[in-house]
Unconditional design. Sequence first.
Length: 97
Amino acid sequence: MKNVMTLFILGLGAVGAQVQACSKPSDKPSFPDPQTAVSAQMVKAHNDVKAYVKAIETYLGCAGLSRSAERKEMDELKKFAESFNEIVRAYKQRSAG
């Protein structure tokens, strides 16, 4: 009986961890100003963006959203990524000149 209770409690812990792991990341990383940013700021922003994208992808994998809701989330993620790519291009253009 103790084994059954232990498994039950462990199962509840796993479900709780999965629920926590399946929450939508709330804060998008901010982008540095490409006209004043230094390399370290751009690297940090790049790493933050990668982590955010991975967190959203993980969320989409477990959230069980409808196709239209998932498509909306992916469209928002693409817009976010493209915004960062514009920052990177502006930074590179400034750095090259």
